[in-house]
Design a protein around this ligand. Sequence first.
Ligand code: DX5
Ligand code: ZN
Length: 226
Amino acid sequence: ASGCKIGPSILNSDLANLGAECLRMLDSGADYLHLDVMDGHFVPNITFGHPVVESLRKQLGQDPFFDMHMMVSRPEQWVKPMAVAGANQYTFHLEATENPGALIKDIRENGMKVGLAIKPGTTVEYLAPWANQIDMALVMTVEPGFGGQKFMEDMMPKVKGVFGSGVHWLRTQFPSLDIEVDGGVGPDTIHKCAEAGANMIVSGSAIMRSEDPRSVINLLRNVCSE
Ligand code: DX5
Ligand code: ZN
């Protein structure tokens, strides 16, 4: 895909120095920041909530784009607090809500972009009806909850009859939709994401663990934009 954007996930960064870690990523050429919110209920891990986002916004200024990956039950309750804290995009899980339509509307009314995420076990059959109302679809390539897991290649092409859970299917059906992949994406797996048609690339440990994050970010962007 042309013009891929790279959004480092700060989940596996030094969380005691989160602001500095975000700055390090932006200084290394990150196009946006992917911020993982976990509530210990929707996923078996806890990270942070809107007070931390508010502090990050104060420290980083207005420019950086915050993509909030909301791995939480009852995502409805954090829309306003996240908007007030300075989030730009609110990406919620389809599995976490009974009423995606109302939530999409609420996110827009609060001035944020809308992302809709599906776990590996959820097929795009469920996401497709909402695709024309959202800005971005997030196809998880690991089970949400932890960084540093292995990329699930079978999320990519998937042509099971008409429907599948694959990025490629989504790209074919919705040419102008932003499609994000998240989980186990790095120099070894970016080719598959690019080939499938993803254009927003989340990468956590591959960037964080590198001595030279700038070169990893550039590599990912170059491969993806070929
Ligand atoms: C997983 C998170 C991801 C994760 C990505 O639940 O949503 O954003 O931090 O990290 P890596 O790239 O290490 O899989
Ligand atoms: Zn994430």
